[in-house]
Design a protein around this ligand. Structure first.
Ligand SMILES: [Zn+2]
Length: 160
């Protein structure tokens, strides 16, 4: 069953391991991929690691991650580092796996938004909420652009 935080629960949530990022964000911040606000990215469930030890094994949790372009590691940055909710940061990995991405590549926040059909408040993003075919077509279109570049360097190949 999906739980929604009460006003009191939301007010008392401190961000746990993302405490600094959480406290610096305004209440009306919205994840640029799923458009959910701080209250809506809270999920009730099992905690792991240091969060579980410090805050208890079950309760509210919300990830905040700075999503960066792995292409930047090889001088091919397509977007600036962007703060996303934990579910959307994980979405990039899910899209890459299904699209067969190899090498240093990340979907940009706007590309991820194109692949996200639906994000429900206080819930995980399900496979049925994701348009994996869209991710494949975005990736293959970018691969073709890179492959036709005059330097003829094949894109995103770990064998470079
Ligand atoms: Zn999000």
């Amino acid at each position: 069953m999906i739980r929604y935080p009460t006003d009191e629960e939301y007010a008392s949530y401190d961000g746990m391991h993302c405490n600094v990022k959480w406290s610096r964000l305004s209440h009306d911040w919205q994840c640029p991929v799923c458009n959910r606000n701080k209250r809506q990215i809270l999920q009730w469930g099992k905690r792991v690691g240091s969060n579980a030890l410090r805050y208890g094994s079950i309760g509210w949790k919300a990830g905040l991650h700075t999503h960066h372009d792995h292409g930047a590691d090889i001088g091919r940055e397509r977007f600036s580092p962007t703060l996303l909710c934990g579910a959307c940061n994980y979405l990039d990995a899910r899209l890459k796996r299904k699209a067969g991405v190899t090498g240093e590549f990340s979907f940009s926040p706007s590309e991820m938004r194109e692949c996200l059909i639906l994000a429900r408040p206080n819930e995980k993003i399900r496979d049925c909420d994701i348009d994996f075919d869209r991710a494949k077509s975005i990736y293959s279109a970018l691969s073709l652009i890179r492959a036709s570049a005059k330097d003829r360097i094949l894109p995103f190949s770990p064998a470079l």
